[in-house]
Design a protein around this ligand. Structure first.
Ligand code: PEP
Ligand code: MN
Length: 284
């Protein structure tokens, strides 16, 4: 075995050793990765036209660069709202076109992959499916970028191996997402692992964004942790926003009202220099 072979990590295609320069993904005029700061915002679940369009308008005017909304929701309870499915995807597409933002929505099964693929610009694979290998392989066959969230008990290496599954099937466009991991702590929904941002940027050329909404489950923690993520050198954020969180059908307690999201965007804009500095340090 040569020295080079010994040094190569298991995630060959995702590794920074294989490709030194950051991967930059182009999505409808937006760039993700490198020096670009992406902010994906929108409701946890698409609920109706008014909710989706008013939220889309609000996040766009505050400066979000992509619009999110779940149509197939992986819920802990089978009695919870499961999402509007294809009807929801149509609303998300309409809202995205109206405000000229690319859209992100989760795909939870291979059976519904084609439907989600038809309507959205970026397909999300959520924490619960990070090691659904059949789904990962199917994601490797699409030409749409994949937003791959870290499993709730997954190591950083397992996250990168999940990305490797997608890449080895032919899709190089993956955005990784740190969304908190499960620890012994119960005060917050999960524990945000910001060191994962630094580790992933060291180990991989793929972009990594941070989702403080699912990491904490608490709206009052979103703004400080979003700022911390930006200063740490994340390539972006994913934030849940709802026009009226008290009536949200999913994840209301962690959703920001549009006004709070606007304030968060102001804060983020003031931190762009720190973010660039961190990204410069890493790419050297
Ligand atoms: C989501 O983003 O809507 C979601 C369900 O997130 P996670 O997979 O991180 O729990
Ligand atoms: Mn959610």
């Amino acid at each position: 075995m040569s020295t080079q072979e010994v040094k190569l990590p298991k995630f060959k295609l995702a590794s920074r050793l294989t490709k030194q320069e950051d991967t930059i993904i182009k999505i409808k005029g937006q760039h993700v990765g490198g020096h670009h700061l992406t902010v994906i915002a929108g409701p946890c679940a698409i609920e109706n036209e008014y909710q989706m369009i008013s939220t889309a308008r609000a996040v766009k005017s505050a400066g979000a660069t992509m619009l999110r909304g779940g149509a197939y929701k992986p819920r802990t309870s089978p009695y919870s709202f499961q999402g509007l499915e294809e009807e929801g995807l149509k609303l998300l597409k309409k809202a995205g076109e109206l405000v000229d933002l690319p859209t992100v929505s989760e795909v939870i099964s291979t059976e519904t992959f084609d439907i989600v693929e038809k309507y959205v610009d970026v397909m999300q694979i959520g924490a619960r499916n990070m090691q659904n290998f059949t789904l990962l392989k199917r994601a490797g066959k699409t030409n749409k970028p994949i937003l791959l969230k870290r499993g709730m008990s997954a190591t950083i290496e397992e996250l990168l191996m999940a990305a490797e599954y997608i890449m080895s099937e032919g899709n190089p466009n993956i955005i990784l997402c740190e969304r908190g991991i499960r620890t012994f702590e119960t005060y917050t929904r999960n524990t945000l692992d910001l060191s994962a941002v630094l580790a992933v940027r060291e180990l991989s050329h793929l972009p990594i964004i941070v989702d403080p909404s699912h990491a904490t489950g608490k709206h009052n923690m979103i703004q400080p942790l979003a700022k911390a993520a930006v200063i740490t050198g994340a390539h972006g954020l994913m934030i849940e926003v709802h026009y009226q969180p008290e009536i949200a059908l999913c994840d209301g307690p962690q959703s920001l009202e549009p006004e709070a999201f606007e304030l968060l965007m102001d804060d983020i804009n003031h931190l762009r220099d720190y973010n660039s500095q961190m990204l410069n340090i890493k790419s050297k």
